[in-house]
Write a protein that binds this ligand. Structure first.
Ligand code: ADP
Length: 256
């Protein structure tokens, strides 16, 4: 497996904000089809890692590779167009719009504005529109959001909002999906549902997943491998059942 090209590889990544070293010397390799967990106490650098991978705050040192292609320093929209989708820790949904329209927005990276808008290509654009709609409906079914598809997104509970975010990421048909605390604020039942959808997204849609979490239990439940960050450095990597026994990891959690 080590010889196959990983979906994501980070080599010796460092990110500073002024004098603060938010990440340093981070190496990460995520294989195709893995659900990979990234955990650490608050302020350990998890979101900074997400922002480095998705292009929002590129690393100042080191490199990031997607399917063997270097993406270091590319703008976020280019990285998205190469097949990286993300959800945000704080929901980034558009209130005042329906569930359906919020999910439809996730298709924009596949839409060609010139073709969609030009009257000359009306027939082509109508066919495109039908294809986009079909994909959106397929994901609404997959995420079991049929019953709320026409509701305003503001009016549905947090568990469903998080599901809408995941649906919006999936309609982009990503190869690599970064989920930033997808279960934050959820009750136990909602967490179990979300875990199931993440596993199904991998198993049925072939998506490779990086799951950012503050809570260890979520990670150990569904991740194949994980990495633990503390003060911007890696303190453990491997299979969850082994990593959680690591002395440094226990210290970081008990001490933090
Ligand atoms: P986590 O997601 O694990 O809670 P973060 O990646 O948000 O941790 O933060 C790691 C460190 O980097 C913190 O000290 C935080 O204050 C700092 N940091 C993160 N983003 C920025 C930013 N945009 N500007 C300044 N400092 C930042």
């Amino acid at each position: 497996q080590q010889t196959a090209t990983p979906v994501l590889e980070c080599r010796d990544v460092e990110r500073r904000f002024g004098g603060l070293v938010a990440l340093t010397g981070v190496n990460l390799r995520i294989e195709r089809g893995e659900i990979f967990g990234l955990v650490g106490p608050n302020g350990s650098g998890k979101t900074t890692m997400t922002n480095a991978i998705t292009g929002f705050f590129p690393p100042q040192v080191g490199s990031i590779w997607l399917n063997g292609r270097e993406i270091t320093g590319m703008p976020p929209h280019k990285i998205a167009a190469l097949g990286v989708a993300r959800t945000f820790q704080n929901l980034a949904l558009f209130n005042g719009m329906s569930v359906l329209d919020n999910i439809m927005l996730g298709r924009h990276i596949h839409m060609k504005p010139g073709v969609v808008k030009t009257a000359l290509y009306w027939w082509l654009s109508r066919n495109e529109e039908v294809a986009h709609r079909r994909k959106v409906e397929e994901i609404i079914d997959f995420m079991q959001l049929q019953s709320v598809r026409d509701e305003l997104v503001d009016s549905i509970p947090i568990g469903l909002k998080k599901r809408v975010e995941l649906a919006r990421a999936l309609v982009a048909e990503p190869i690599f999906l970064v989920l930033d605390e997808p279960m934050a604020g959820m009750n136990q039942e909602e967490k179990e549902y979300m875990a199931r959808f993440i596993l199904d997204a991998r198993d049925e849609r072939g998506v490779t997943v990086l799951l950012i979490e503050h809570h260890m239990d979520v990670i150990t439940g569904i991740c194949d491998r994980m990495m633990v960050l503390s003060y911007g450095e890696t303190i453990g990597t491997g299979i969850p059942s082994e990593v959680i026994k690591d002395e440094r990891v226990i210290q970081a959690y008990l001490g933090g």
